[in-house]
Design a protein around this ligand. Structure first.
Ligand SMILES: [Zn+2]
Length: 353
């Protein structure tokens, strides 16, 4: 990660400097007793000099004001939680407590005025969320074979997003003034999922985009996402399948934060699934996955504020291990700066493998 500060001084990195402030700051030198060094040596597994003289890399988005502070040494002090595999824990929880979403696919008790949407094979349904979060507020989920998010197949994953797209089409037929949509998956309790059964949420509203997208629209250059892509590709961080492009962000919302730009929900879903699987292979088992749809992706071509946006901007963020008791976002993330352990170059290497 310290490498990043070297890039900043290179002449071809003017693009990076235009969007980000990057600095390398030494922390006050640690003074370790012999006993302190023995403990630190066990915890960090690096040389004494690296523990005593730590450096922090801070990256601040000049337009959004977001700041991430990296210290990859922090990741070394935590042993990964042990015990049953995360996918088995989700199966065990259903065996213990049951799941009403697995037991019924009828779903006729609370309907949107335009009804519900089913996938052609009947395994996935998109239906009203009775606890409305927006004027358009739907849930998309599979039958009992798709309860466990960590056991989804590629076809399952694609069908969820294909059905979400159909739900959006149907909702716009009923409410044509709704242009602004979000589609997201809270992957597990650590990511604020209140229901264990794997599901997407679809939210839509008319007057403006949801807050994060609206802040980007109002504060950033109109070609912000293209600039980010250029910068991250220049840093050797991007991955593509030919139509969608992903990169681990140098200014992440939390650990292992990927930005993915692509042509549509279903159109990018296979690529997103592959990325997700690589993260699962490397220990991610709780995640936030959000897809921000530009108005063009729902057929609105005259919204000039979003003219330069990719049809869909995805964010995929690791949300900590479901087997550890503590949360991943604390006071520092809420009221200070985001403290990050994962090095974007490590994440990019897994994905590019
Ligand atoms: Zn279930």
């Amino acid at each position: 990660m310290r490498e990043l500060t070297r890039y900043v001084d290179l002449p071809h990195c003017a693009e990076l400097r235009a969007l980000f402030d990057v600095s390398l700051t030494p922390a006050i030198e640690l003074q370790l007793s012999d006993a302190g060094w023995r403990d630190a040596s066990d915890a960090f597994g690096v040389g004494r000099e690296d523990v005593e003289r730590q450096f922090l890399v801070s990256v601040r988005d000049r337009h959004l004001g977001d700041e991430a502070i990296f210290n990859p040494l922090r990741a070394r002090r935590l042993k990964p939680p042990s015990g049953a595999a995360a996918a088995d824990l989700i199966d065990d929880e259903r065996a213990r407590n049951g799941c009403s979403w697995c037991q019924s696919q009828d779903m006729g008790d609370s309907l949107d005025a335009f009804g519900l949407v089913r996938s052609p094979d009947g395994r996935v349904v998109a239906r009203a969320n009775w606890a409305r979060s927006a004027p358009v507020s739907g849930l998309v989920h599979g039958n009992e074979s798709m309860h466990n998010m960590l056991r989804l197949s590629l076809a399952d994953f694609q069908t969820l997003f294909r059905t979400a797209e159909e739900y959006i089409r149907r909702s716009r037929h009923r409410a044509p003034d709704v242009h602004y949509f979000l589609c997201f998956m809270n992957g597990g309790h650590k990511s604020a999922a209140g229901v264990a059964h794997c599901h997407l949420q679809v939210l839509g509203q008319a007057l403006r985009h949801f807050a994060y997208a609206d802040v980007v629209r109002s504060r950033c250059p109109s070609d912000y996402w293209q600039r980010l892509q250029t910068i991250h590709t220049g840093l050797g961080l991007s991955i593509t399948d030919g139509t969608s492009v992903a990169w681990p962000s140098i200014c992440p919302a939390k650990e292992r934060d990927l930005v993915i730009v692509g042509p549509g929900l279903e159109a990018s879903s296979a690529f997103v699934f592959q990325l997700l699987q690589r993260l699962w292979d490397h220990g991610t088992n709780s995640f936030t996955l959000a897809a921000i749809l530009s108005p063009s992706s729902v057929g609105i071509s005259d919204d000039s504020a979003f003219r330069d946006w990719p049809p869909v901007v995805w964010r995929l963020v690791d949300r900590g291990d479901m087997r550890s008791a503590h949360g991943d976002i604390g006071a520092s993330e809420l009221f200070g700066s985001v403290i990050v352990s994962a090095d974007p170059w490590d994440v990019a290497r897994w994905l590019q493998d």
